[in-house]
Design a protein. Structure first.
Length: 406
């Protein structure tokens, strides 16, 4: 059997007063919906969809002449350092070309050195020797002609013999003139021309060899900077896909990229109706869709100067391209990731703000209910900007006043 305990009536009265004073029996718990207005920092953030990009990105392509078969590829997603091997192309033809052109260059160089150091100097020496002999012969014939004339004066030889000697002297003079002319032309034109041709052939062979060696070097593509290996889809063999070993690529076709994600940036499109909310230098917070727990700080770096349409949206809508530079990065970030960019469009250090649920609208005029001495008094408001939860109050409320929030 339970025992009944007698409680004095005065004790019930005291408990009832305590419960009523605590508000336990107030309908709807209205005290919980009262908001006290105090000056506090107030911020408005606008949110846009964007994509993550690398500030510095190196495109990788084949620079070989014609087509090239892929023999080796770096794995996609690999983090590489400057100078690491990314791609190796088939180098067999380039190696054969280098060997052939090395022989051609060696032959052209030997021909040039042979001409400049042996053949042409020997030709000059031979001409000079022949010219010397011709001059000696001419002098000898000239002296003999003088002797013949003297003998003719003494009537010891005939006039016919003198004329024959004169013909010999003229032939000797012609021989000397011819050799002098030949030597002069050889020195001024023939030998320089031959040397120029031989030198040009040697230089051309050297240039072709240099190009062939460069072509051989181009068979191995090295990373021009630090970054992560990303493959781009290209048209290969009638398919649109990424490159594989054995594929044939052509010159100047970008098939790989090296984005450096140590200093990423975000590109987003802002509707022209919201352009006034975005300014260069505004703070930003970027959240990757893949990692909603990751929040990256940034600042607006640039706002596009021309409105443009966006693929997939109506042509009449215009957007401005906004670039946000991130001041921090994360190892999980990848180029092309989708992000949500939060841009600080308004900030006040000491703003009077009330919850959106505390604002009443009548004929597009805002008001609220202020609690005064246990009574609710309607108060007209002048509102400023707003965020997702609060309105900034410009006029109508004083610090410390309490408003009713629905």
């Amino acid at each position: 059997m339970r025992r009944r305990v007698a409680v004095p009536v005065s004790l019930f009265a005291i408990l009832l007063l305590i419960l009523l004073g605590s508000g336990m029996f107030r309908s709807g718990g209205r005290e919980k919906n009262v908001f006290e207005v105090r000056p506090a920092p107030f911020e408005v953030w606008t949110v846009y969809d964007g994509s993550l990009e690398s500030r510095v990105q190196k495109d990788i392509m084949s620079v070989m002449g014609g087509s090239a078969a892929v023999m080796e590829l770096a794995p996609e997603g690999a983090q590489v350092r400057e100078g690491d091997v990314l791609v190796r192309f088939d180098s067999s033809q380039a190696e054969r070309d280098v060997l052939k052109l090395e022989r051609d260059y060696a032959a052209a160089k030997a021909e040039y050195e042979s001409l400049s150091k042996a053949k042409l100097p020997l030709e000059l020496r031979d001409l000079e020797a022949r010219l010397g002999d011709a001059r000696v012969t001419r002098a000898s014939e000239a002296r003999y002609l003088e002797d013949c004339r003297q003998l003719r004066g003494e009537m010891l030889i005939s006039e016919q013999e003198v004329k024959q000697q004169e013909i010999k002297v003229e032939a000797a003079n012609a021989q000397v003139d011819n050799l002098e002319f030949q030597l002069d032309l050889t020195r001024k034109y023939l030998h320089p021309s031959a040397l120029e041709r031989a030198e040009a052939a040697m230089v051309a062979a050297e240039q072709e060899l240099t190009l062939a060696r460069k072509q051989l070097d181009n068979c191995t593509v090295k990373a021009p900077a630090d970054g992560m290996v990303v493959y781009r889809p290209v048209h290969v063999g009638g398919e649109y896909r990424t490159v594989r070993v054995g594929d044939t690529l052509y010159r100047n076709l970008p098939f790989m990229a090296l984005p450096d994600m140590s200093k990423p940036l975000v590109q987003c499109n802002v509707p022209e109706s919201e352009l006034s909310l975005v300014r260069v230098g505004s703070d930003a917070q970027v959240v990757p869709v893949a990692y909603p727990d990751l929040k990256l700080r940034g600042k607006v770096e640039s706002v596009g100067s021309m409105a443009q349409s966006v693929v997939g949206r109506p042509d009449w809508q215009r957007y401005f391209r906004v670039t946000i530079g991130l001041v921090e990065s994360d190892a999980r970030l990848r180029s092309g990731m989708s992000v949500r960019a939060h841009i600080l469009s308004y900030a006040a250090l000491d703003a009077m703000a009330i919850p959106r649920t505390a604002v009443r609208w009548e004929n597009d005029r805002p008001s609220c209910e202020v609690i005064r001495v246990g009574r609710k008094i309607r108060r007209d408001l002048q509102l400023g900007t707003a965020n997702e939860q609060f309105f900034e109050v410009l006029k109508g409320l004083e610090p410390g006043e309490r408003v009713v929030s629905r």
